[in-house]
Design a protein around this ligand. Structure first.
Ligand code: C2O
Ligand code: CU
Length: 502
């Protein structure tokens, strides 16, 4: 089947109106079923959704994606795109089992299409927000309502799944609370990290246009504005990132004018740390405090005390801290980039630290998910593996040809080289990183386990020249993206499609 027919077959199977001539020429093709795949809107998807335990309560919101002039603090303004005029967007908070009904209104300029992906949520396939795999892109001036049950508590976030829109201001936390929360704490603080370029030195589209020309092209060209050379990190095993960012933000603020959490000494606070960045891993520490890591990517782990955490793009960590008395910087060191984001914890009097402060905890006991263990109640039951896929991460900076198994993903032909699974299988994915750079690999619709007994995750750092094996149960039928959460690597083609066979 040629690529136009494949794409239109998929869209036709979704019952998508307005796919235009493409859909018309595919009429009668039978949709994804003719490709032997589960349709994201088919009966298998509905059957699983019906089994999700719902409270019957619906939380209704409107998310208007539009141009906004954002105040990053210290007099810095950024002309960007945001949900309802702010970055991060207002957090969405639900109780487990609630239905989210989120109406996306696309008011973006220049006839830009968009979508919303609910990062980390194992939801029904047709609400995953990936054009042209699970829906048609939402056109400018149009609306689309996402409606799904959130059946697993945890820390998530949402962002568009079109181009490099992730690197605009279009993101916000999504917190699913557990009414029977087993952790005890007094308060919580959501901490969103982001590398910022949009409306300051250029747009993400300009960044991508430059970096995709590759290193050699750009080296000969003195007008290299965005490409970053020589970002090195021991923790990340080498090259840390490709893009120069003028700012690193915590909760939308620059370090010179930081966001602050105000509390009382001795109180226990749950920090929910989300890396919404596009090309930056952060090393995060709270000066004068140890952090007890309790969750990653929404799922509980065996508690672990650390001084600092390494957080890749798309990853989340929940930590507990017992607050000291004073003013303490929470610092996110842009790993390998020698810049920081900062926010403050205030429980007493004292002057704010310098915006460039580097707490010594940043060089203390540092952990990432590979050293953590799943909590007993979320460890995958042991069983035999039915299906193994080798996912080679390929490409490099020279040609900027980031890909999976040597093939750049084509959004117009998403089912060209599917990674096939069947409902009910235990699947192992071996991420084999053949490149000289690390990649945060994200799987939609599922939470896999690192090795046997490691943390449950949906996004994992795969260091250069290393192999990381993850396991998941194929229990959420549909068509799911598997990709590098570096926005520029993804856009270049480091994406695969995990496709359920009908
Ligand atoms: Cu935040 Cu496809 O991902
Ligand atoms: Cu990557």
């Amino acid at each position: 089947m040629n690529s136009i027919n494949r794409r239109s077959a998929l869209l036709a199977g979704l019952g998508i109106a307005g796919a235009g001539a493409l859909a018309a020429c595919a009429t009668g093709s039978g949709g994804p079923v003719s490709l032997g795949l589960v349709s994201p809107s088919g009966s298998a998807v509905a059957a699983v959704e019906n089994k999700r335990k719902g409270t019957g309560r619906t939380r209704q919101v409107t998310l208007t994606a539009a141009r906004a002039v954002l105040d990053l603090g210290a007099g810095i303004k950024a002309d960007s795109w945001a949900f309802n005029g702010r970055t991060p967007g207002k957090e969405l908070r639900l109780s487990v089992g609630d239905t989210l009904a989120a109406e996306l209104s696309n008011q973006l300029p220049d006839r830009t299409t968009t979508s919303i992906h609910w990062h980390g949520i194992a939801l029904r396939g047709d609400m995953d927000g990936v054009p042209a795999v699970t829906q048609a892109a939402v056109r400018a001036g149009r609306n689309f309502t996402y409606r799904f049950i959130t059946d697993t508590p945890g820390t998530y976030f949402f962002h568009p799944h079109v181009g490099v829109q992730l690197d605009r201001g279009l993101y916000a936390p999504l917190i699913v609370e557990d009414p029977k929360e087993p952790l005890s704490y007094d308060d919580e603080w959501v901490v969103v990290l982001d590398d910022w370029v949009d409306g300051v030195t250029g747009t993400p589209d300009e960044v991508f246009a430059e970096v995709k020309q590759g290193m050699n092209m750009n080296m000969g060209d003195m007008s290299m504005r965005f490409m970053l050379m020589g970002a090195r990190s021991t923790l990340l095993g080498g090259d840390a990132g490709d893009v120069k960012y003028p700012y690193h933000l915590i909760n939308g603020r620059v370090p010179a004018d930081p966001d602050a959490y105000t509390g009382k000494p001795g109180r226990r606070v749950r920090l929910r740390v989300i890396n919404a960045g596009s090309d930056t891993a952060y090393r995060v520490a709270l000066s004068g405090h140890k952090m007890t890591v309790t969750h990653t990517d929404g799922f509980p782990i065996r508690h672990q005390e650390v001084d600092a955490l390494l957080v890749g793009m798309g990853e989340r960590y929940d930590v507990l801290v017992t607050l000291g008395d004073g003013v303490f910087p929470l610092v996110a060191l842009a790993e390998g980039k020698d810049m920081t984001g900062m926010a403050l914890v205030r429980t007493g009097s004292g002057a704010a630290p310098a915006p460039t402060v580097r707490p010594r905890e940043l060089d203390g006991m540092i952990m990432s998910a590979s050293q953590l263990k799943a909590a007993d109640d979320v460890r995958l039951p042991s069983r035999k593996t039915d299906q193994v896929h080798r996912i080679e991460l390929t490409g490099g900076m020279t040609k900027y040809d980031w890909a999976i198994n040597g093939k750049r993903f084509d959004m117009n032909d998403p089912t060209a080289t599917p990674i096939l699974v069947e409902q009910g299988q235990r699947v192992r994915l071996d991420f084999v990183n053949t490149t000289t750079m690390w990649h945060p690999m994200h799987l939609h619709g599922h939470t896999y386990q690192l090795g046997s007994g490691g943390a449950r995750k949906d996004t994992t750092i795969v260091p250069p020249k290393k192999t990381v094996s993850v396991f998941f149960d194929a229990d959420n039928p549909g068509q799911w993206m598997l990709h590098c959460h570096n926005a520029y690597h993804g856009e270049a083609g480091m994406i695969g499609l995990v496709a359920y066979r009908a």
